[in-house]
Design a protein around this ligand. Structure first.
Ligand code: GLN
Length: 531
């Protein structure tokens, strides 16, 4: 294998899923980046889906979209937020993608008659994609997270590929970090290290010896327990790092740094770097934990019990709250409940209708948008949320009771949200939406323009349907400002109400680009309006 310039940190997980491996990986990226290193992060998802676009967000959490239009796992969102940098499609790989490439190569005849196998062909492709991300980004350190937990059948080719990389590269070019769980027994209050021992044993059976064990634990580990883990797992006791439970995920980089994680990794990788400065991050966490006031924002969605489906929106509201100096309390409101009774919207300081697909609960979202207009409550509609605001406005203000989105009602008298003729039909579902970054021009004197402070913006998209351009003039005349328009004048990217405290709908997804230290201007202004 060709020598690469950069180093690799491989993050695996054991014991149980849901330990926050993505946040740990993102935090490692954040602290190494604060040391002035050029860092990139990559997630390997062991699913046969080619991308996350076709995966149910109520099961897997939100589909995060990169600037170049890749539909990814929500961990990529954590990576972007914690390292405060944009990532691209090369930072995400799935088993489906890997096999797709291998099978295409086989069909082209690239393997010259060989029998195509998991080892070496699939593992070679995994290694190629991992090296490629480093080459594209020029990163000094690539942090690669393997999805799932050690022992899953699906993860085996990845672990084998990483094992090979460790052997092929100089010893100081790779480090393995293994995240485990040290539970407390409720009966005796005792911390138990056996699950950690088992998961490390499983990893070692695959030929991988971890360099650092991150032990997630509800209460601090005693020196004796650290020694026990070190002994049974064959790592230095200094390399057993505890990750105690914290209130906010944004404290995780601080917890890991206080355990000396950055020094340990730098030392392991023989990297000379100054200790990072996390002061701005600490200040952000302080602002988050010590708010001056409180606002309650209602999120009206299809299946609101699955909060991970709205991950980036929740985080964007937190960033905005910290910037404005208020705690943001979330009220999760199922849209079917609004369909029955809009009373559930009373006493909210603001209403947010997020993106979504499918007809269920759509009338509740339209009603929520209508209620916010009448009750003069700050309103923020995102993607499907904007489309609902447009439908509500056409029905109530323009008097078009037959206004619909053709996504749900192909026969409505006023198809105010529609597929544009040039889009054709929707036969193939995967990767066929308007995805990734598109520019828009903001109208002088609009709320949009005031929030961004500039005329030309670029935002990330993920949708099929559009504001029907044939109705633009009627909306303008009736008092809905079309405040963001694509440079060619054809696509409506943002709408707002003139005679309202704050009522904005956007066709794009601002939540994908909000960062803790740089909140998105629309979330910031929305939360400010709610205060
Ligand atoms: N379902 C809508 C569309 O495809 C909105 C998508 C979204 O909210 N992300 O246009």
């Amino acid at each position: 294998m060709r020598a690469t310039v950069g180093k690799f940190v491989f993050v695996t997980g054991g014991v149980v899923s849901g330990l926050g491996k993505g946040v740990v990986t993102a935090s490692l990226g954040g602290i190494l980046r604060s040391s002035g290193l050029k860092v990139t992060l990559q997630k390997a998802d062991p699913y046969i889906n080619v991308d996350a676009g076709t995966m149910n967000p109520y099961e897997h959490g939100e589909v995060f979209v990169t600037g170049d239009g890749q539909e990814t796992d929500l961990d990529i969102g954590h990576y972007e937020r914690f390292t405060q940098q944009d990532l691209t499609s090369s930072n995400y790989l799935t088993t489906g993608q890997v096999y797709w490439n291998v099978i295409q190569a086989e069909r082209r005849g690239d393997y010259l008659g060989q029998t195509v196998q998991v080892v070496p062909h699939v593992t070679d492709e995994i290694k190629r994609l991992i090296r490629r991300a480093q080459e594209i980004t020029g990163a000094e350190v690539s942090i690669v997270e393997v999805g799932g937990t050690v022992g899953d059948i699906e993860g085996l080719p990845y672990l084998e590929a990483l094992r090979q990389m460790r052997d092929e590269l100089p010893r100081e070019d790779t480090a393995f970090v293994h995240l485990t769980y040290v539970p407390v027994l409720s009966t005796t209050g005792e911390l138990k290290t056996k699950p950690t021992q088992h998961s490390v044993r499983e990893l070692r059976a695959l030929g991988i010896q971890p360099d650092i064990i991150v032990a997630r634990t509800p209460t601090p580990l005693s020196p004796g327990l650290r020694e026990k883990i070190a002994l049974f797992c064959d790592v230095a006791v200094t390399h057993v790092v505890q990750e105690t439970d914290v209130e906010s995920i944004y404290e995780v980089p601080l917890v890991l740094r206080s355990e000396g994680m950055d020094e340990k990794l730098l030392h392991r990788l023989r990297l000379r770097a100054r200790p990072g400065d996390l002061t701005p991050w600490e200040e952000f966490v302080q602002r988050l934990k010590r708010p001056n006031g409180r606002v309650t924002i209602g999120i009206v969605g299809k299946y609101v019990e699955a909060h991970d489906a709205y991950m980036s929106i929740v985080e964007s509201l937190r960033h905005a709250g910290a910037a404005v100096g208020t705690a943001v309390e979330l009220a999760w409101i199922p849209s079917v409940a609004v369909e029955e009774d809009e009373g559930v919207l009373q006493s909210l300081d603001g209403i947010l209708v997020p993106g979504g697909f499918g007809e269920r609960g759509i009338e509740g979202k339209v009603r929520a948008a209508d209620y916010a207009r009448r009750a003069r409550v700050p309103f923020f509609g995102i993607c499907l949320g904007m489309q609902c605001a447009v439908i509500a406005f056409s029905r109530s203000v323009l008097g078009w009771s037959g206004a619909v989105s053709t996504e749900f009602s192909p026969q409505g008298a006023y198809p105010v949200i529609d597929l544009l003729p040039e889009q054709g039909g929707v036969e193939i579902k995967g990767g066929t939406m308007r995805l990734g970054e598109y520019p828009a021009r903001l109208e002088e004197g609009s709320r949009m323009r005031a929030a961004y402070g500039r005329e030309l913006i670029v935002e990330r998209h993920r949708h099929r349907y559009e504001f029907n351009p044939q109705y633009m003039e009627e909306f303008r005349r009736a008092g809905m400002k079309l405040s963001g328009i694509s440079p060619d004048g054809r696509l409506v990217e943002a709408v707002e109400l003139v005679d309202h405290p704050w009522y904005v709908g956007v066709q794009f997804h601002p939540e994908f680009t909000s960062r803790p230290l740089l909140p998105h201007p629309l979330f910031r202004e929305f939360v400010r309006a709610c205060v």
